[in-house]
Design a binder for this molecule. Sequence first.
Ligand code: SF4
Ligand code: SF4
Length: 453
Amino acid sequence: MLYFQLFISLAGICSTGLMLLMLFTSLHEKRKKAATKALYIIPFTLVFSSIPFLMPESLNWLIISLSVVIISATCYLLLPRFMFSTKKEEFAQGNIDERTIMFARKELKPDTERFDQYYTDHPEHKESDRNFRKLPGLLSPQSTFYNPIAYQASDAIFKIVDGLHPFVDGPVGSKIQDISTNDYADFITKWTLKSGAVTVGFTSMKKYHWYSVGGRGERYGKPVDQSHQVGIAFTVEMDQEMVEAAPKSSIIMESASQYLQAGIIATQLAQFIRNMGFEARAHIDGNYGVVAPLVARDANLGEIGRMGLLMTPELGPRVRVGVVTTNLPLTVNKREYDDSYDDFCEKCLKCAENCPAAAIPKEDKREINSVKRWQIDSERCFNYWCTAGTDCGRCMSTCPYSHPNNLLHNMVRWSIRSFPNFRYWAVKMDDFFYGRKSTPGKIPDWMRISGKQ
Ligand code: SF4
Ligand code: SF4
């Protein structure tokens, strides 16, 4: 009997420990509601841990039954993933014409030949694009979340990102340096991490990584050079507090900052590789030849989630992705598909329920161009951006995978990946502590000006 009593007591102590961890983590993250809930639970877990020694002997059967229930539930939750069938990965076929994406369509000027030609070729976009052209637009003073300081700061950062465009490509050094590809890979990885990236990976470039035809600026209508065989992908972190307030103005300022950070890392890396005698092209905000999340996925940096963003093991979708393509023959990472993200997204749906534009599908994946996947409604999403004035990011901020990189959340993310039966309960716990319909946080104090969000 003593063993059963000790077991129940230990279960109570472990629960108390977890709630204390939740309490301190939430306080540190300024999540008051989550901290309060953890605080309320702690007395119950303490009572639970002492109950076995306070109960009369006549209730020993209850202690034994409770122990059996706890052991069974724990075994069920912690069944390892190899005991479950693995989903198969499906790859996209063909490639996208960049002219069809929203940012390229936004740049089309009415009453120009290019504008008329585009809508002659794509009459299906005419009506929806007419709608977003009537809206205030990104960083507009008429938009919902107008904040003069944050908007001007974002505009300043985006201008610097534009200033990097001339450096994405350039002449190649005449002499190839005699350095082993392993040394190159090692140096590139360490330098990229030192420059501020969270993760780095290499992949061999596939047809579906590339845009078929350029869609922005001088690249409009020109075929994309797809000759590079290797893609170097990396992620940079979006600040939690700035993202938390999405879709308020801090999100677009943070997006701009991390596009800049990714742009600096990518352009310096591409320039370095060219200096060493190899071709290299950086793919940065406003100047992509590739679909960056797909390159990053195949470089083993994460998986594509329901909201269409790269979901990383460390920070979920709370990252920006940078890519450099090159003919430097680096050894690429072997792709290891992780189906836990797909499975978790099937159970979660939190982004879809919190999307203010209802742009994220709530249904199962459906077949698009011969591949089963989720596809967001980019017109609805972009229309919301043009009303809000920011790039929204509500999906990113509500995703249970986006929590900060610390002991508590890393434990949960690891358990989600490792134990399929735990995933359903992870969603429920996230709903309980953070709310199913979460409300946007406040923009950080340091960027507040009176009356502005
Ligand atoms: S960015 Fe906003 S509008 Fe777009 S899909 Fe995410 S939540 Fe929806
Ligand atoms: S919020 Fe949920 S459903 Fe959406 S991407 Fe994140 S884990 Fe997947």
